[in-house]
Ligand binder design. Structure first.
Ligand code: NDP
Length: 376
């Protein structure tokens, strides 16, 4: 099987290369990244890949990589002849690549949840027209898809997404006022890229996942529950009509859902640690504190509002997280900026990719205007 990996220099991309290398029947044929040419060239040499793209056109030109700019990444997808494209790009920048993968007739292994948050209806439409499959890589959604396999639609009451609660679980608003970037990046159970790590600290990540689950599983929002589970051992649960609760359980290790996506519908051995059941351990569950972690409530509300609201939420969050990582705003300002953008932007309906891009741009503009007004 021919596989293209987008976001190859990132946390998911690197783990995907490791998983793929363990399979003789997987040939990695194309790799794309944002700006890290060194990392990309290293991965290409290690895995003998010759089709490369870099999304930053200037950086690509300087490195002599002919497929440069966002169009270069889309051309790579189209020209790769991949049977499966693993999209591990971070942010809404990944949406066009998801659509390109389906248009090229490839299956889509989707880590880039922002594709579905920003452009869910468009991705689903492209998926239906392609006749291909979308396999979620997000650990919670991979878990849910596995628990849902074979269940009749009317047998499912709801799905349950588990959240670690991030590094600030249990803190009050007052205690969050002065937390810094290093605090937010110290995730207790998962080692991930910076953007998703901050999203985990604000609980926006879980909010994005609620919207992702809505589109992936066709469930209304009142049938998507969130529960805080600090050990990250239970990855997802499905409530069935008869009162049964199916859970997907294992050590937190992204190589498991990545392997499932790369070898679907088969299962293959992985080097992930096994859950040791000979030692005593406990699993805790608690409701999320949405008064303190407002991003989760904002995301759910944006999902229910529908249209361009999830796209606005996502774009505003990307800008706010970037400002936080750059030291321009405080942690609690992230939710405030997202809320302001949702109020300021009339997001309307999103029917085409252009509608999504317009809502995305309007949200980013609203955040940058607010930032200029507040922090200069
Ligand atoms: P990282 O920040 O570690 O990696 C992001 C990757 O995307 C890098 O390879 C980066 O390239 C590349 N990239 C950035 N912008 C572009 C662009 N415009 N075009 C092409 N490539 C681009 O992120 P993660 O691996 O942590 O996350 C990737 C996605 O997977 C996110 O959507 C995240 O929410 C999701 N996810 C991640 C999990 C994890 O455990 N890490 C778990 C579940 C989901 P460069 O290095 O050159 O900047």
């Amino acid at each position: 099987m021919r596989v293209a990996i987008l976001g190859a220099t990132g946390s998911i991309g690197r783990q995907a290369l490791e998983v793929a290398a363990a399979h003789e029947d997987i040939e990695v044929v194309a790799l794309a990244a944002g700006r890290d040419t060194e990392g990309l060239l290293r991965a290409a040499a290690a895995h003998d890949v010759h089709l490369l793209a870099i999304a930053d056109a200037t950086v690509a030109r300087a490195a002599g990589i002919t497929l440069g700019g966002p169009e270069g990444v889309l051309r790579l997808v189209a020209e790769s002849g991949a049977d499966l494209v693993l999209n591990a790009i971070v942010g809404a920048a990944g949406l066009a690549a998801s659509l390109a993968a389906l248009a090229a007739g490839a299956d889509l292994a989707l880590a880039n949840k922002e594709s579905l948050v920003a452009g869910g209806p468009i991705v689903l439409d492209a998926l239906a027209r392609s006749g291909r499959v979308l396999i979620p890589v997000d650990s919670e959604h991979s878990a849910l898809a596995q628990c849902l396999a074979g269940a009749e639609d009317d047998a499912v009451e709801s799905v349950v997404l588990t959240a670690s609660g991030g590094p600030f679980r249990g803190r009050s608003v007052a205690e969050l006022a002065e937390v810094g970037v290093a605090d937010a990046l110290a995730h207790p159970t998962w080692a991930m890229g910076e953007k998703i790590t901050v999203d985990s600290a604000t609980l926006m990540n879980k909010g994005l996942e609620v919207i992702e689950a809505h589109f992936l599983f066709g469930l209304s929002y009142d049938r998507i529950e969130v529960v805080v589970h600090p050990q990250s051992i239970v990855h997802g649960m499905v409530r069935l009509r008869d009162g049964a609760l199916l859970a997907h359980v294992g050590c937190p290790d992204m190589r498991v859902p990545i392997s499932y996506a790369l070898t679907y519908p088969r299962r293959s051995a992985t080097a992930a640690p096994r859950l040791d059941l000979t030692r005593a351990f406990s699993l805790d569950f608690a409701p999320p504190d949405t008064d303190t972690f407002r991003c989760l409530a904002l995301a759910r509300a944006a999902g229910i509002a529908g249209g361009g609201a999830p796209c606005v939420l996502n774009a505003a969050n990307e800008e706010a997280v970037a400002a936080f990582l750059a030291g321009r705003i405080r942690f609690l300002d992230i939710a405030a900026l997202v809320e302001d953008a949702l109020d300021a932007v009339d997001s309307g309906l999103v029917v085409t990719l252009d509608d999504v891009l317009a809502a995305d741009a309007a949200a980013r503009l609203a955040v940058s205007r607010r930032l200029l007004a507040v922090v200069g």
